[in-house]
Unconditional design. Structure first.
Length: 256
């Protein structure tokens, strides 16, 4: 059984959430649901529980602003945030797409263990354009990592988890620490976050470069089981150049 955050009871397939979304299956971070009369699947994510009325309203208002302002072909569209009375959990509702996680997509594209730059660039450009679009609206992804990104059969990248930007910092930390599947690994964190600063445009750009490095190298730029040493490396060191890139390409990647 998948243990989802803030869910103290099992939600069976066929159960109804928010009075209109029928559960098809549970996944690591929520429930894939069908809504009668609509030819689409929806991801319902339990992001908080036991919130008082004012905190619930604040989160719903922030989610409504994200829904209005984040309309981009490479960002999974957040529709709303609502409280489910049966479970007492607050769910975000996101229109989802068919596809596979970015690292699974990359593994299939590798040649002799290496992902060709020509295969990675279109996906990375789409992610960069989406982050730039959001950043110009003052919206930054609060926990970007490769697992947030799905690639459709048509080769389109889709970024998930922008809905977490609606959570206040204390609730965000509760969510990310609720299970290992939801955690934001330190290896993806930018120097700003490792030093206790909030996520900003530069932080999202750094994590995008980290994801690019991971795609092309098959590993993160810095790896260490000691979290403190890993954070120190991210803040103070530069990653090793990649042998499959030209000098100009390495310079561009490491500069980011």
């Amino acid at each position: 059984m998948i243990q989802l955050p803030f869910m103290h009871e099992k939600i069976d397939d066929g159960s109804v959430l928010l009075e209109q979304y029928e559960v098809k299956e549970a996944i690591a971070n929520g429930y894939v649901c069908h809504r009668n009369g609509y030819d689409a699947d929806y991801l319902l994510k339990p992001v908080a529980a036991n919130m008082d009325a004012q905190d619930t309203r604040d989160l719903q208002q922030k989610a409504a602003k994200l829904s209005k302002n984040l309309i981009h072909q490479n960002i999974a569209h957040l529709l709303l945030a609502a409280k489910d009375e049966k479970t007492n959990a607050l769910f975000t509702v996101i229109q989802t797409v068919q596809g596979e996680k970015l690292h699974h997509w990359a593994d299939k594209k590798r040649e002799n263990g290496v992902l060709p730059v020509v295969a990675a660039l279109p996906i990375l450009r789409q992610i960069a354009n989406a982050l730039d679009y959001a950043g110009k609206k003052g919206i930054y992804h609060p926990a970007l990592k490769s697992d947030c990104i799905v690639v459709t059969p048509q080769g389109e990248a889709m970024i998930y988890d922008f809905d977490l930007a609606a959570l206040p910092s204390n609730r965000l930390q509760q969510y990310l620490s609720a299970s290992p599947e939801l955690d934001w690994p330190v290896g993806y964190m930018p120097p700003e976050v490792c030093q206790g600063q909030p996520v900003n445009a530069a932080a999202n750009q750094y994590t995008l470069a980290t994801i690019a490095y991971e795609l092309l190298a098959g590993r993160l730029p810095f790896v260490n089981t000691n979290v403190t040493l890993l954070s120190q490396a991210i803040v103070s060191q530069k990653p090793s150049p990649l042998p499959n890139l030209s000098e100009a390409q390495n310079n561009a990647l490491l500069k980011a």
